[in-house]
Structure formats: C-alpha cells, structure tokens
Design a protein around this ligand. Structure first.
Ligand code: TZP
Ligand code: MG
Length: 208
C-alpha cells in the first residue's frame, strides 16, 4: 500500500485565481524548473470537463519532468486522468473509502488539523498527511489553525510523511523546517510571485 520514494519536499498546490494574468501551464513549468517536487491540481470552481481537460495538460508537464500529479477532491477525475494520486479533506469521502476506490498503487493524501485526524488517516491507508493551516492564508477560507508545536507533535507521532501547509513563505520556511516535516505545500508563495522559478528555487533550497 505505501508509496515509496516520493519526494514531498516542495509540494505545489495550484490555484488559477491568483496568477494575475500569467499563463497557468507556463507558471507550473517555471515552478517545476525552480524545484517543485510534486503537484496537486486543485480546482474549486471548474466543471468536471474543465478540470479533466486542464488535468490532461498538467499531466503532460508532470510526465515530462517525472514528478507526481495529485488531484484534489475528485476521485473520478484522478481515475480518468490516471493521475498518481488523490488528496482529500475531512469533509470529502472517507480515507478508507477513497483507498478502496483508487487501489493500493495510487498516492492518497489526507488533510488533518489534529493528531487524532492524522492518526485516523494513517490507520485508514493514507500515504501522507497535509497539516495546516500553519500561518494566516488568503488562499483558503475555512482553515483551522495548527501551531508549529502541534505540527512537530504530529510528525513525531505518526509514521507516514507529514507535509505542512498554509501561509508558508520565504519568511517562515526555516521555522517550518525545524519541525522535521517531510515537505512544505505552497500556493501563493510560488504562484502569485512575479518570478515563479526564483520563488520556487528559494523555497526548495531552504528545504534541502
Ligand atoms: N489548505 C490549508 S491552507 C491552504 C490549503 C489548500 C491554502 C494554502 O495556500 P497558501 O497560499 O500557500 O497559504
Ligand atoms: Mg477537499
């Protein structure tokens, strides 16, 4: 069941609404060139068809650079794209149900804001946990706050990789790294930057 050899260090989660006119596909390519190690396609307002068609384009890039593509929320779209995995939250289909649907060979990520949620996800077959929001974020509205101490405690307690998320940027990345996490998931500190490649490279180097 466990996916091995996945580099979670710098996890780009997408949001097409913060690009300020920049091309989405070009932006993703720049982020990859800067050092992003995996990508989650997160589309909160698209139709299934839009999501799928966009996924096909993003998959071309992730295949070209040999990095995993994870689909947010939509198991059907992940299966249709033969993506590398799915990421679900606490209000999506339960982890054990998603695992059954996608099979053992796909990556399953679960959002958790407490140790209990993290332990449950691990027990139910998650491959990694996304923990946040660590800092204030303008990218997601209904976040729950997780302190760096809570993150450190989750990391110490569970065995699967732990990824921090929420407001991570060049000013706090070093503090995040002290928690021992396996990676940092970032939206705006990469995608809303003028020079995406440089922003991505800066974060990647801090995590390496
Ligand atoms: N889940 C928790 S916080 C968040 C998500 C998807 C948004 C993170 O975005 P940013 O711009 O990196 O703060
Ligand atoms: Mg979700």
């Amino acid at each position: 069941m466990k996916q091995i050899n996945i580099d979670y260090r710098l996890y780009l989660v997408t949001d097409r609404t913060i690009l300020g006119g920049k091309s989405f596909i070009h932006s993703i390519e720049e982020a990859i060139l800067g050092g992003v190690t995996l990508i989650q396609l997160r589309e909160k307002h698209s139709t299934a068809l839009e999501f799928y068609q966009l996924g096909l384009k993003v998959k071309e890039l992730t295949a070209k650079y040999n990095i995993p593509l994870i689909i947010n929320d939509r198991i059907d779209i992940a299966v249709a794209l033969n993506a590398d995995g799915v990421h679900v939250g606490q209000k999506d289909l339960p982890c054990r149900v998603v695992r059954k649907l996608i099979g053992d060979s796909k990556i399953l990520g679960v959002s958790a804001a407490t140790l209990e949620e993290a332990e449950k996800a691990e027990m139910e077959g998650a491959d990694y946990i996304g923990v946040g929001a660590l800092f204030p974020t303008g990218t997601k509205e209904d976040t729950r706050e997780v302190t760096l101490d809570n993150l450190r405690n989750i990391k110490k307690t569970i065995s699967i990789p732990v990824i921090g998320i929420g407001g991570i940027n060049k000013h706090n990345i070093e503090a995040v790294k002290t928690t021992g996490i396996d990676g940092a998931a970032v939206v705006s500190a990469i995608l809303s930057q003028k020079n995406i490649k440089e922003a991505s490279r800066y974060l990647y180097e801090k995590l390496t």
